[in-house]
Design a protein around this ligand. Structure first.
Ligand code: SRM
Ligand code: SF4
Length: 572
């Protein structure tokens, strides 16, 4: 029931719209091309469809030039992303992922900023086995990428476990309910027989329709006072409202997003705005109707301007709210008061409800691997072997070993010590508040290093912190290899976005609780300038800050950058 006053932008639909339309509900020729042994790659059209199955073809960019010189095809390999609502996994699932990453991928697991695992380096001929083995432990990769609703986030804060577990159940249900309904995934990867007479019409996808969404769509649920999921960066966010210890519902926020393109003012990060309140039982309906508004009015011609944030900025927040209420047939409640203290994670052991313990482990940039002096992957495997609770992957690329009994705590502690898993405890609080996206060598969009470079840069920044007595000061710092914003850099008190090899734009001034975007401070600078700037800024902060003042607030009060009030003036 589309409203008469609203219009989607005119313009020729992008090529991706054609691919979706011709795909027979995400099948394309994937089944056939995955069997073709002549190339380790797949055609572009099928690669677009692969995303809806949680994967896409990459090539190792470290090897690109050399292979080109040798006239070889690129070193093709697949990235695979698991759907893991709320980031909750069992020890058995951890062990399967651990094994599969050794068997078929590059031996590492990446904990992503949307609290799931990614694997890299899977060869075409191993894709089906990989997905089937993941499936054997009741995990899937459906809709982990693509123009659909993505992994639904929820706060991984063990302090408030009862509410957290309730919110997690809602997040999981929402993720399941919003899945595409096509059986393409089951047919292609799990050998499900195609049912004769399956209707090839809108009935297959009652919510998405045959063209799915104009662009990816992201939902997250935060449980205050922790804004670990950066709720204002979601297309659709929910803020849990707890009254007298009971979950009464959620404030609804719409229109967040982090991506932009360098030098293109028509693209910008944007923070979601609060538009009202709904009860837990209304969560699905609000999500479904919001998604259909984006389905009907999102930009299907220019993909750069297709995210929901742009649809809202074009139509107006009030109009979108009215349209939502008209589709719901009822009005959202008045938004309720809430308070966020911070984003990021807190580390170490905490005791939660029912005497259970939770241990949050800092994992640098989410990369789970065995390093020469740090057997992180082996240590976590040993823990998974004896752990009876669950793992919670956090949206800050960290890991919580959750629901541990007092007896098991001793055993797990012994393993933590044995493998030196917290040897990084001498790390600065700034490093423990850092995130970096994957970038090189696998990300095809990376303009500069990120995950491989940030730790090295932080070694140098830590010297500056020590000179200024700031080692224990929590300052969020985020880096991405391009402005797409995968480590949510727009919400870093300090952030770097890659511009070219070794060059970054530097941003300052986001709020510590994730409620204000940062602003560009310096353009296209290399390491020497970055360190000079940080030396000056951190020394001023150490001397001039007010009691309890966060770095992001300080740089604004000191007039170093202006506060960003809205994403549309982010570039100014
Ligand atoms: Fe992202 C594209 C990695 C979270 C905004 N992102 C990509 C791709 C798939 C590159 C591509 O399309 O060719 C990257 C794969 C690299 C690789 O080699 O693995 C990639 N994004 C990641 C991850 C793994 C970063 C990480 O190191 O943790 C995160 C996986 C999340 C997940 O499990 O689903 C990841 N990406 C994000 C986030 C953060 C979030 O969602 O909380 C954002 C910003 C929020 C947002 O969406 O606005 C984000 N990724 C993008 C964009 C920009 C979209 C836009 O609005 O313009 C792209 C590019 C695109 O879609 O065209 C992108
Ligand atoms: Fe790749 Fe850019 Fe995302 Fe980093 S921010 S993973 S470089 S798309």
């Amino acid at each position: 029931m589309a409203s008469k006053i609203l219009k989607a932008p005119d313009g020729k639909p992008s090529d991706v719209e054609r691919i979706k339309a011709e795909s027979n509900f995400l099948r394309g020729t994937l089944k056939e091309v995955m069997l073709d042994r002549l190339s380790s790659g797949i055609p572009d059209d099928d690669n677009r469809l692969m995303k809806f199955h949680g994967s896409y073809l990459q090539d190792d960019r470290d090897l690109r030039n050399e292979r080109e010189k040798q006239k070889l095809e690129p070193a093709y390999q697949f990235m695979l992303r698991v759907r893991l609502p709320g980031g909750v996994a069992t020890p058995e699932q951890w062990l399967v992922m651990d094994q599969v990453s050794d068997k078929y991928a590059n031996g590492t697991l990446k904990i992503t900023t949307r609290q799931t695992w990614q694997m890299h380096g899977i060869l075409k001929w191993n894709m089906k086995n990989t997905i089937q083995e993941i499936h054997s432990t009741l995990l899937d990769t459906i809709a982990a990428c693509g123009d659909v609703n993505r992994n639904v986030l929820c706060s991984a804060n063990p302090y408030q476990s009862e509410i957290h577990s309730e919110v997690y159940e809602w997040a999981k249900q929402l993720s399941n309910d919003l899945l595409p309904k096509t059986r393409a995934y089951h047919e292609i990867w799990l050998d499900e027989e195609k049912v004769a007479g399956t209707p090839e019409s809108d009935e297959v996808e009652p919510m998405y329709g045959p063209l799915y969404l104009p662009r990816k769509f992201k939902i997250g649920i935060a449980v205050p006072p922790l804004n670990d999921i950066d709720v204002f960066s979601q297309d659709l966010g929910f803020i849990a409202i707890v009254e007298k210890g009971k979950l009464v519902g959620f404030n609804v926020v719409i229109g967040g997003g982090m991506g932009s393109s360098h030098g293109d003012k028509a693209t910008y990060p944007q923070l979601a705005k609060v538009i009202g309140f709904c009860t837990p039982e209304q969560l699905y309906e609000v999500s479904e109707k919001t998604i259909t508004i984006q389905r009907d009015y999102g930009n299907r011609s220019v993909r750069k301007n297709a995210r929901f944030k742009y649809t809202i900025d074009r139509l107006g927040l009030e109009t979108v709210k009215e349209e939502l209420e008209s589709r719901l047939g009822w009005k959202l409640g008045e938004a309720k008061p809430y308070h966020f203290e911070r984003n990021g994670d807190r580390y170490g052991w905490v005791k939660g409800i029912q005497g259970k313990w939770h241990f949050t482990l800092f994992i640098q940039n989410g990369r789970v691997a065995d390093f020469p002096d740090y057997k992180l992957k082996t240590g976590l495997r040993e823990i998974a072997n004896i752990h009876k609770g669950e793992f919670r992957l956090t949206t800050n690329q960290n890991l919580i070993i959750a629901n541990v009994s007092s007896r098991k705590k001793k055993e797990i502690d012994t393993l933590i010590q044995q493998y030196g898993l917290t040897d990084g405890k001498h790390y600065s609080a700034l490093r423990r508040s850092s995130m970096a996206c994957v970038a090189l060598p696998t990300c095809g969009l990376a303009m500069a290093e990120s995950e491989r470079y940030l730790p090295e840069l932080l070694d140098k920044v830590e010297t500056i912190l020590d000179e200024n007595g700031l080692r224990d000061e929590e300052i969020t710092i985020r880096m991405t290899g391009c402005p797409n914003g995968c480590a949510r850099p727009g919400l870093g008190e300090i952030a770097f976005m890659g511009k070219a090899v070794g060059k970054y734009n530097m941003y300052l001034g986001a709020a510590f609780d994730g409620s204000r975007l940062n602003k560009m401070y310096r353009e296209n600078i290399g390491e020497e300038e970055i360190l000079n700037e940080l030396r000056m800024l951190l020394s001023r902060y150490a001397k001039e800050r007010e009691e309890g003042e966060h770095f992001g607030d300080f740089v604004i009060r000191a007039g170093i950058v202006k506060a960003t009030t809205d994403g549309t003036n982010f570039h100014d």
